[in-house]
Every structure is written in structure tokens, then in C-alpha cells.
Write a protein that binds this ligand. Structure first.
Ligand SMILES: Cc1cc2nc3c(=O)[nH]c(=O)nc-3n(C[C@H](O)[C@H](O)[C@H](O)COP(=O)(O)O)c2cc1C
Length: 363
């Protein structure tokens, strides 16, 4: 039986915050906690190689976890002795499990055959899973994968490998590495995994709203929904999905609630040793997601102005101008024309590229 099962709710899909580098850290977990926890948190990935030691700032999100909910530590790497050593070290911390990243599309990661790059080598994945499964005995062992490297047709072969190992859960981001964040999510492939594997499967990709959560759950029959960017945009999403499944009307945030959320993010993520410019830059990365769907006169004017804001005063003046209102926050980011631009940005963020002052909608 999966060691995670006692942690998963009955009667509805489990809700899981996706691992996101430079986002799902200790302060962000606190911000989400204050608006409605998922059932399970994942850390951003620990980089594992011959000389690595678990990064201290990521360990803090485990050791000082303020949520009262379980957290799974994610690793990325390819060297088996180093992965085993790190798994041993991580098991000394209060984690519910250890996850292996098989999905990161960053070229620097893939070129070392780690993350999504490993999907080109199923036999190597097989060896790594066998070694880690034998090592990880005191907590759950989970894997987060994409459908393949080049094409979704690679997935059945990978499923054979996953089926050979007694994992405690498999998260499937329903795209290939090549598809990055752009393509539609192949829900049918996630459904194949959920039907085939004897342990829980978590569906991941574009769960941006209650509507899309329901659609993903129905079309995949997955045991859980892992949500990333949708939770940055709308930190009440876990609460809303839970309320909907319980038959209650979901909480409907207003733009004023979004203003308070942005203020909370600002205060929570502020670093004593940081600069104002640096902090505004960090906030703009969250705002790239939060601002989606805040429209006025047919334009995403809020995002355009935020992206040009120079310091704290200007940043909050823009927020005040657009968000001190009791209008509802749109449940979904509309305007498909912008989806490509957003996907391009998400890809650039994950590749670690600096984000230029963006130009979406002038003014
Ligand atoms: C900024 C950012 C950082 C990410 N970092 C990680 C990571 O550390 N580990 C990982 O497995 N996936 C990472 N991902 C991928 C997400 O976990 C998730 O699979 C992807 O965003 C699709 O889900 P979504 O549509 O709900 O965002 C990252 C994604 C983004 C946008």
C-alpha cells in the first residue's frame, strides 16, 4: 500500500502544491497557508551531484514548515550514489516523502541527462528508481514526470518502467519536455497512468480554476491534482476546490483580496539583506501570474503598468489604482491570445533567464 494513502483525503482528489523553483519556499508556503492549504506541499528541487549538500534555504521550508501539512522534498540529479546520499540526509528531516524530478525542461539540466533529460533513457530511470526505492524506507518515495522527451508516444514505455517499481505516487505533467508549457495537456495520457498503476497518480498541468480542476479530475480519474501556476495566480484555489467538492459555494475573491495577497507576499518575502529594486523584481515575477485576468477596457493594463513600475511606491500605487475595488477577481485568466506569451514567460523563468521588463499591453 502507498505510504501516502493515509495523508490523502477520501471522497475528492487530493490537492497538492506543485514544486516551483524560487517560488514554493518557506514564505510562500505561509502565504498559501493563510488562504487555504493544499493537502500536500512539495519543496522546490534540491540539486544533487557529487559535491552537493541539501540547500539550506530549501531545508528551511521543511524544518520550519508553518502549515501543519506534510511536505515532500524533491531532488533532481542523475548520479545514483549522490541521490542515495541525499535521500539518507533528507530522511533525517520531517518530510512525508522524497520525490525525483523527471520533468525539468531547462536545457542546462537536460544536457546533463537530469530532470526531463532522463526520459530519453528509460533503462537508466529503471536503475535509479530501483536504487532509490531500496534506500527510501522511512518515508514515501514519489516521482514527478512528463510524458516523454520528444513525443507523447514515449509514455507507454515509461509507464512500463514506473509500473515495475513500488512507488508511493506518480505525478504526471501531461506534456513532453519539448512541449514545455505551450501545448494542451494530454489528459488521456494521464488517464492511462491512473488506470494502469497500482499506486496514486497525481494529474498536473493547467489546473487554473475550479472548472479546470473538475475537468482534469473527471477526464483523468487521477487520485490527486497538483497545481502550480494556478495557485500563484489564485492562492484560494485549493480552498475553492475543496468547497466545491463539499457542495458549498466557493469563496469568490475580490480585487481587494488580491491587493491584500500582494501586500502579504511583499511583506513575507522581503529579505533584510535585499534591495528595493531586487524585491520589486521578485514581486514582478509573481505578478506575471497574478495579474493575468485583471482587465480594464479590454486591456491587461494592470500588468502593463506593474511591469514598468520602478520602486515600492510606484509598485503599490499601481496596485492601489487597479485593485482597491470590490469587483470580483476573474476565476480564470481569459484572452487566449495571451496564453502563448504567458507560456513563453513561464518557460523562460524555469530556464532561469532574467525576465525583461515585459511588454504585454501598452499602458
Ligand atoms: C517558476 C516555475 C518553477 C518550477 N520549478 C519546478 C521544480 O523545482 N520542480 C518541478 O518538478 N517542477 C517545477 N516546475 C513545473 C511545475 O511544478 C508544474 O509541473 C508546471 O508548472 C505545470 O503545472 P501548472 O500548469 O499547474 O503550473 C516549475 C514551474 C514554474 C512555472
Amino acid at each position: 500500500m502507498s505510504a501516502l494513502l493515509p495523508l490523502l483525503p477520501a471522497g475528492r482528489p487530493a490537492l497538492i502544491l506543485a514544486p516551483m523553483q524560487d517560488v514554493t519556499d518557506l514564505p510562500f508556503m505561509g502565504v498559501i497557508h493563510r488562504r487555504g492549504d493544499p493537502d500536500l506541499y512539495y519543496t522546490e528541487y534540491f540539486r544533487v551531484h557529487r559535491d552537493s549538500r541539501p540547500e539550506r534555504h530549501i531545508l528551511r521550508s521543511i524544518d520550519e514548515n508553518p502549515t501543519g501539512r506534510p511536505v515532500i522534498a524533491q531532488m533532481i540529479g542523475v548520479d545514483i550514489p549522490s541521490l542515495l546520499r541525499t535521500a539518507r540526509l533528507l530522511q533525517a528531516h520531517p518530510i512525508a516523502g522524497i520525490d525525483l524530478n523527471l520533468g525539468c525542461p531547462a536545457p542546462i539540466v537536460c544536457s546533463k541527462n537530469a530532470g526531463g533529460g532522463l526520459l530519453r533513457h528509460p533503462a537508466q530511470v529503471d536503475d535509479i528508481l530501483a536504487a532509490l526505492r531500496a534506500e527510501i524506507t522511512s518515508v514515501a518515495f514519489t516521482v514527478k514526470t512528463r510524458l516523454g522527451f520528444d513525443a507523447p508516444e514515449e509514455f507507454p514505455r515509461l509507464l512500463e518502467v514506473f509500473a515495475r517499481h513500488r512507488l508511493d505516487a506518480l505525478t504526471v505533467h501531461g506534456r513532453t519536455v519539448r512541449e514545455m508549457y505551450r501545448a494542451a495537456v494530454h489528459l488521456d495520457r494521464i488517464a492511462d497512468a491512473a488506470a494502469r498503476l497500482p499506486y496514486p497518480v497525481f494529474a498536473n498541468g493547467n489546473v487554473l480554476s475550479v472548472r479546470l480542476a473538475r475537468e482534469t479530475a473527471v477526464r483523468t480519474a487521477a487520485r490527486g491534482l497538483m497545481i502550480g501556476r494556478g495557485a500563484i495566480r489564485n492562492p484560494w484555489l485549493f480552498r475553492q476546490v475543496r468547497e466545491t467538492w463539499e457542495g458549498a459555494a466557493p469563496f469568490a475573491p475580490t480585487l481587494r483580496d488580491i491587493h491584500a495577497y500582494i501586500r502579504d507576499l511583499w511583506d513575507s518575502t522581503l529579505r533584510a539583506d535585499g534591495t528595493e529594486t531586487g524585491h520589486v523584481g521578485k514581486m514582478k515575477r509573481y505578478l506575471n501570474f497574478i495579474g493575468q485576468g485583471v482587465w480594464r477596457d479590454g486591456r491587461e493594463a494592470f500588468l502593463g503598468e506593474i511591469r514598468r513600475a520602478q520602486g515600492e511606491r510606484e509598485f503599490f500605487a499601481v496596485c492601489d489604482r487597479h485593485l482597491l475595488s470590490d469587483e470580483p477577481f476573474p476565476p480564470e485568466p481569459a484572452q487566449p491570445a495571451l496564453v502563448d506569451e504567458r507560456s513563453r514567460r513561464a518557460e523562460a523563468v524555469e530556464r532561469g533567464e532574467p525576465q525583461p521588463a515585459p511588454v504585454l499591453a501598452p499602458g
